[in-house]
Ligand binder design. Structure first.
Ligand code: COA
Length: 322
């Protein structure tokens, strides 16, 4: 008798826009400094889209790389889930645009809106589709152009974010103890007003800019991510010592360091990209994972913990044996 269907992660990919904007570049336009940004957040630069770079084009390139690494033909993909808060159009979904860009003519695709937790939400959803038998090969993508949501005159927010895309391929057929071991998702709409975008196309008289109470978000992030990490460890009967890699959402180096300390993980076991990418929202975890897999740090068999918190508030974790 065969056991339950489990999902494994077989490919990763990423795309960063060509244009790099440093803290010093920003300091020439607004009242800020490299020193302020670096000491508060760890960020030194970010990538920003230009020319023909879009949420869909970046997503498709990241997905292409993930498929190539997995050795899977695009037309064998059953589902595409794109986590994004910055679609190029209200509809069609970025996921169906990616489907067309990759020449995929079957299966289905849709977008997921969970702000900076979007990738964890998409991974959990893809995992459930695979477990239920609805799909066997699922592209899970985070792609964002947060540069279009920012008020570039608001120094309290515009220095924190960047653009980019990351992708993974999940496939049915993991052995026991391998692949996606657990996912946990949470949201609490009561704190929606501490991190939000003011309006959307359906809402007249709004700025459509990102607004944030930074200190409040920081406070929630420390408490809720801590709980999320405990929850993931408890559900799998593990301790912090069992985790080989922390691949956290990349919002702020101080928050990342706090989580590493909680797990008693040395800094060389924590994948950090926030210094060069800034906060790319739903793209940050797959971009970080892509970097650490491709440079050989994360190896097959390694136990990887991912966690994120974002607007909503939304938060959650995923534990994956590579
Ligand atoms: N450059 C220079 N000064 C700045 C600045 C900037 N870019 N942004 C804010 N300041 C100023 C403020 O105006 C304030 O000045 P004041 O004391 O004269 O009023 C001072 O710096 C301190 O601001 P504050 O907001 O209290 O700083 P902070 O230490 O809380 O750091 C964040 C701000 C945003 C870096 C921090 O709160 C944070 O990281 N929060 C979490 C954000 C996050 O992760 N969001 C995404 C979640 S997905």
């Amino acid at each position: 008798m065969s056991g339950p269907i489990r999902a494994r992660l077989t490919g990763v990919g990423g795309y960063l826009p060509r244009t790099v904007v440093t803290n010093d570049d920003l300091a020439q336009k607004i009242d800020t400094s490299d020193e302020w940004i670096r000491t508060r957040t760890g960020i030194t630069q970010r990538h920003i889209v230009s020319g023909d770079e879009t949420t869909a084009s970046m997503a498709a390139e990241a997905a292409r790389q993930a498929l190539e690494q997995a050795g899977v033909n695009a037309d064998d993909v059953d589902a595409i889930l794109v986590a994004t808060s910055t679609p190029d159009q209200v509809f069609p979904a970025v996921a169906t645009q990616v489907q067309a860009l990759l020449g995929i003519t079957r299966g289905f695709g849709f977008d997921i809106s969970a702000a900076c937790s979007g990738f964890v939400y998409a991974l959990a959803s893809a995992n459930s589709f695979i477990q239920s038998g609805l799909a066997k090969k699922v592209l899970v993508i985070g792609s964002e152009v947060f540069s279009r949501l920012l008020d570039w005159n608001d120094r309290t927010t515009c220095v924190l974010f960047g653009d980019g895309a990351g992708a993974v391929l999940l496939e049915a057929g993991a052995e026991d103890g391998e692949g996606v071991l657990s996912t946990h998702l949470h949201s609490d709409g009561r704190s929606g007003d501490i991190l939000y975008v003011d309006g959307a196309v359906g809402c007249a008289g709004t700025t459509q800019h990102l607004k944030m109470l930074g200190r409040e978000v920081f406070r929630h992030a420390v408490v809720k991510l801590s709980q999320a990490v405990d929850e993931a460890l408890e559900a799998n009967n593990l301790t912090g010592q069992d985790i080989q890699w922390l691949v956290p959402h990349q919002a702020n180096l101080r928050i990342i360091d706090g989580m590493a300390k909680k797990l008693a993980l040395p800094s060389d076991r924590v994948v950090v990209t926030v210094d060069r990418h800034a906060n790319t929202s739903a793209a940050s975890i797959p971009l970080a994972l892509n970097e650490a897999v491709r440079d050989g740090r994360i190896q097959k068999g390694d136990l990887v913990l991912m966690e994120a918190l974002g607007g909503g508030l939304t938060w959650g974790s995923a534990l994956v044996r590579m």
